[in-house]
Design a protein around this ligand. Structure first.
Ligand code: HBI
Length: 100
């Protein structure tokens, strides 16, 4: 059973993500971010590369793509909230977005 992040561990794990443009979602324990790319191909290429990592991590984003924009929400359904898996995937997504 995946555990949700709580207390100091949660604060310390989320701080760099919040500083990098992630935000706490309203209404449920999740984080969200919108990535803007130069065009659709870069946006979709980002999604394709993230997909490979999501499979490798066995942890998958909820996302929406509109042309050059990718709107992402991360939460751990098995845990009913944010877990270390969400933090890991968010870090990976930021790294992938930095090299379109
Ligand atoms: N992705 N975001 C997210 N949350 C999950 O709980 C989850 C997942 N991908 C695969 C997965 N769980 C598997 O462990 C099975 O529970 C489906």
């Amino acid at each position: 059973m995946t555990e949700t992040l709580t207390g100091d561990a949660r604060t310390q794990a989320l701080a760099p993500l919040l500083a990098a443009g992630w935000a706490l979602a309203e209404g449920w324990d999740a984080i969200e971010k919108t990535y803007e790319f130069r065009n659709f191909i870069e946006a979709f290429g980002f999604m394709a590369r993230v997909a490979l990592w999501a499979e490798k991590l066995d942890h998958h984003p909820e996302w929406r793509n509109v042309y050059c924009r990718v709107e992402v929400v991360l939460t751990t359904h098995d845990a009913g909230g944010l877990s270390a898996r969400d933090v890991e995937l968010a870090r990976r997504m930021d790294a992938l977005a930095a090299t379109p």
